[in-house]
Design a protein around this ligand. Structure first.
Ligand code: ARG
Length: 475
């Protein structure tokens, strides 16, 4: 105790064997109410279900049960209304709720904690919270999918340079490029759905670690909380945080996808590219350079992926040396998950807005398909029309490109007489292959960039999205 501080009494909820009070620093390091108050809905809900089960199993009296349920309802209201006073001395959300319950209903409150421990309680709340987070991230990601699909459809035949090594490689359609992100987000959603499925088991009733001698019904509480079944092993139930790590891994990968798209937006919106223009709502100005429009939102999305990746690292490192079962280290599991979920949600929503809102400068994209971007088309033409092996065709085109560069022109403007000096099999019909619209239209192989393919891909992706939202509504 520091000088002048009032004497403190032992914690009323676990202080039975204590005569001294916690040191001030002990309270500071031990308390988690500052962040775990975010679990209040899940905590109260799980307590209500636990209490009802205790009554129906004859473990506590119906009178105590009713008092507890009424008290919990009132606490829920107080918290929602912002009237609840969270106290550090009660450490965490569980004890804050229980302490308030005791204030409201007296000693009946003490029956609620029968046949459970904070160890199964906290991880039950946490699983429920992560489950809710997955559901809301799912919604945000679906809105992003929709925004991408709308733009992809609009730009199914908008040509732009496709890049490898950030060098103009071949003409592609912008719609096809955007559909690549639809694929990525779809995988992200499927990973989250998978995580949700494995997560959806109830730890409640595992008690401290060993289970309990009270005749509880774990199947009932699991069912009531929307879990598929109770966790099978009580030790695993209180010590496992795989679900949180899986969530963080899913989130990290999704954030990486968003970051790559954000990086492209930054490039596309830059003056040398000018492929897109961001609206006023998604740009900021510079306080010194009046001409500037900065893509801050894209930059922040790119940066926030750092936090999300960091959160995964944090929890993996927290977990790696922990002996079974519960240890207080596990209290540090929540902040990375909260931080990651918050960052990912805001990034998904911001990205959806930016994609829906961006203006695509189709003429600039088209003009950027310059130089010898259709050189591969010429090589393919030689293979198809002149029946030359591809390797040889590649070499011939290479020589033609070199000649065009020497003449300071392009393949498309090289006179046929010069072309024929290098390859007499080429005739003047060849010039159509340099047309960029022809080029993208010809890429009809499955998954290729042709506008017709893009429209089919958009329709199929919409159908999958629709089927998924239908399933969700049925649930
Ligand atoms: N606030 C704690 C946590 O988040 C609750 C569990 C505490 N359990 C214990 N045995 N001290 O992990």
């Amino acid at each position: 105790m520091t000088h002048g501080e009032a004497p403190r009494s032992p914690n009323p909820l676990w202080g039975g064997r204590f005569s001294g009070s916690p040191a001030e620093i002990m309270e500071r390091i031990n308390t988690s109410i500052g962040f775990d108050k975010r679990l209040y809905t899940q905590d109260i809900r799980a307590s209500q279900i636990h209490c009802s089960m205790l009554v129906s199993q004859g473990i506590i009296s119906p009178e105590n049960g009713t008092a507890i349920l009424q008290g919990l309802e009132q606490i829920m209201q107080e918290i929602t209304d912002g009237l609840f006073v969270f106290k550090k001395e009660f450490e965490d959300i569980h004890m804050n709720v229980e302490a308030r319950l005791a204030e409201l209903i007296g000693s009946a409150a003490g029956h609620l904690h029968t046949a459970r421990s904070r160890n199964d309680q906290v991880v039950t709340d946490f699983r429920l919270w992560v489950r809710d987070a997955i559901d809301s991230i799912n919604q945000a990601a679906t809105l992003l999918q929709k925004a991408l699909l709308d733009q992809a459809e609009r730009h199914a035949d908008t040509v732009m340079p496709g890049f490898t090594h950030l060098q103009a490689a071949q003409p592609i359609t912008f719609g096809h490029h955007l559909m690549a992100y639809v694929e990525m987000i779809e995988r992200d959603l499927s990973r989250l759905a998978d995580t949700r499925l494995r997560l959806n088991e109830s730890p409640l009733g595992a008690a401290a670690l060993a289970g309990t001698s009270f005749p509880i019904d774990r199947h009932c509480t699991a069912r009531e909380l929307g879990f598929n079944q109770p966790c099978l092993n009580s030790i695993d139930a209180v010590s496992d945080r795989d679900f949180a790590i899986e969530f963080l891994a899913d989130a990290a990968l999704c954030a990486v996808h968003l970051s790559r798209l954000a990086e492209e937006i930054v490039l596309w919106a830059s003056a040398p590219f000018h492929f897109i223009s961001l609206s006023d709502s998604f740009s900021t100005g510079s306080s010194i350079m009046p001409q500037k429009r900065n893509p801050d939102i894209a930059e922040l999305i790119r940066a926030k992926s750092g936090r999300v990746i960091g959160a995964l690292q944090s929890l993996l490192i927290i977990m790696k040396g922990l002996p079974l079962s519960y240890a207080k280290d596990l209290q540090e599991d929540k902040e990375p998950v909260f931080e990651s979920a918050d960052a990912l949600s805001v990034c998904l929503t911001a990205m959806a807005g930016m994609i829906a809102d961006m203006c695509v400068n189709t003429d600039v994209m088209r003009a950027a398909c310059n130089g010898n971007i259709t050189a591969t088309d010429l090589a393919d033409w030689l293979v198809m029309k002149a029946k030359i092996p591809f390797r040889q065709a590649h070499n011939t085109v290479g020589r033609l490109v070199k000649l065009a560069e020497e003449r300071r022109c392009t393949l498309a403007t090289l006179p046929i007489s010069d072309i024929q000096k290098i390859e007499p099999l080429i005739d003047s019909n060849v010039y159509r292959v340099f047309d960029i619209d022809n080029s993208v239209r010809s890429r009809t192989s499955f998954g290729g960039t042709a506008p017709a393919n893009v429209l089919i891909a958009v329709a199929e992706a919409r159908r999958r999205l629709f089927a998924k939202s239908g399933e969700r509504e049925k649930k």
